[in-house]
Write a protein that binds this ligand. Structure first.
Ligand SMILES: Nc1ncnc2c1ncn2[C@@H]1O[C@H](COP(=O)(O)OP(=O)(O)OP(=O)(O)O)[C@@H](O)[C@H]1O
Ligand SMILES: [Mg+2]
Length: 241
């Protein structure tokens, strides 16, 4: 469960709001795609949900915990894949996963099994003893995703998670996202790949210039637009006024 109420954010002394009065409510069992042009405010929104940035106005709750007032409890409830996987580069893959396991207090025996299984799933077994620095972009993306999944959080927040993943890893991740939502959990992810949003999501939220311009079921969106593709709808609704 993820709730945003009237959330706004302005960077520095900019005269425009990067996110402007944004409200969203995503219940368990839902997989929601967050789409919009470059600079629309997706990453800013996601950074506020995850507590990296504080909103200027509004409130955000994850599984009932306010991210500003109760950050530790809120942070236990979600896993976050950032838009750039270039961090902790000096750690080896296994060290990074153990670090994440420690942070989220994943029992050591459980952790071992999960790491082995995730490494196999993402074809990373042979790479866990190398430093993240030596990983390709996609491998870094994979290790971050594995670190998130290690804790099995109920809410998944992913900022362009498919970027750089090879087709097999992207397929696996999509299947996992679908299964996670089907099991009653919440998945919220941004993407520029509209076919992914179209295939994976029941619901999409379209953001443009910091404001939600559509939030609802894909079928509803298509019905409104004479059943044209999401790509065509996107071009139409995000067209500069
Ligand atoms: N650190 C920052 N300092 C100042 N302005 C910022 C900063 N980060 C983002 N912005 C501005 O906020 C607005 C929203 O940016 P944001 O990164 O949220 O967009 P986005 O939808 O994630 O775009 P993309 O699709 O390119 O990832 C843009 O106008 C951007 O210039
Ligand atoms: Mg972004």
């Amino acid at each position: 469960m993820l709730t945003l109420r009237n959330v706004s954010k302005t960077y520095g002394n900019s005269s425009v709001k990067a996110v402007d009065g944004l409200s969203l409510e995503i219940g368990g069992g839902q997989i929601v795609g967050f789409i919009g042009p470059n600079g629309a405010g997706k990453t800013t929104t996601i950074k506020m949900i995850t507590g990296i940035l504080n909103p200027d106005e509004g409130a955000i709750e994850i599984d009932g915990h306010d991210i500003v007032k109760n950050p530790l409890e809120a942070k236990k409830s979600f896993g976050y894949v950032p838009d750039s996987p270039d961090m902790f580069l000096r750690l080896k893959g296994m060290e990074y996963l153990n670090f994440m396991g420690d942070m989220y207090r994943v029992d050591v025996s459980v952790r071992k099994e999960r790491i082995a299984s995730l490494a196999e799933t993402f074809e990373m077994t042979g790479s866990l003893n190398a430093k993240l620095q030596s990983y390709s972009h996609g491998m870094r993306q994979k290790i971050i995703i594995m670190g998130v999944l290690l804790n099995q959080p109920s809410v998944w927040i992913l900022d362009e998670p498919m970027t750089g993943l090879d087709p097999r890893a992207a397929f696996t991740l999509k299947e996992m996202m679908r299964a996670h939502a089907k099991a009653g959990n919440t998945v919220f992810f941004s993407t520029h790949i509209l076919e992914v949003a179209e295939k994976l999501c029941d619901r999409v939220a379209i953001i443009n210039k910091g404001k939600i311009i559509f939030d609802g079921e894909l079928d509803e969106l298509k019905a409104r637009h004479d059943q044209i593709s999401l790509e065509e709808i996107f071009m139409e609704v995000t067209d500069g006024e």
